[in-house]
Design a protein around this ligand. Structure first.
Ligand SMILES: [Zn+2]
Length: 121
């Protein structure tokens, strides 16, 4: 088995595992329970991991890339609805007026991406 991906959000790993399963790629998750059990963000070596068979790694990687693409948009700059300032994507609040980003990268976003992904398949 080879490690395909790791993410601090166990939901993300679960989502990717489901997507790969749709393509018939069997994968194994590690540290999933560990991360869920921890009340705070686990250190990176405890992050949930996704492992696949070595002969499926290349295919799994390309599927992963396609799946992750919509999620990359959360890194794009966003316009503050309070003052119109352009804020870098990694910040969730406006540095200028303190307003929160209206549509943050939440768990809802992942669910929507999965629906979109299935539709575009
Ligand atoms: Zn603002």
């Amino acid at each position: 088995m080879k490690k395909l991906h790791c993410a601090k959000d166990p939901l993300m790993i679960g989502h990717l595992r489901n997507v790969l399963a749709l393509y018939g790629i069997r994968c194994v998750t590690k540290n999933l329970d560990l991360a869920t059990a921890a009340g705070e963000l686990p250190p990176i070596d405890c992050w949930p991991e996704l492992w696949v068979e070595e002969d499926q790694l290349a295919r799994a990687k390309s599927i992963l890339k396609k799946t992750m693409a919509p999620l990359e948009s959360v890194k794009k700059p966003w316009g503050c609805i309070g003052c119109g300032e352009e804020i870098e994507g990694q910040f969730s609040e406006c540095w200028n007026c303190g307003k929160s980003r209206s549509h943050g990268p939440g768990r809802r976003g992942i669910v929507i991406s999965l629906a979109e992904f299935l539709r575009n398949r």
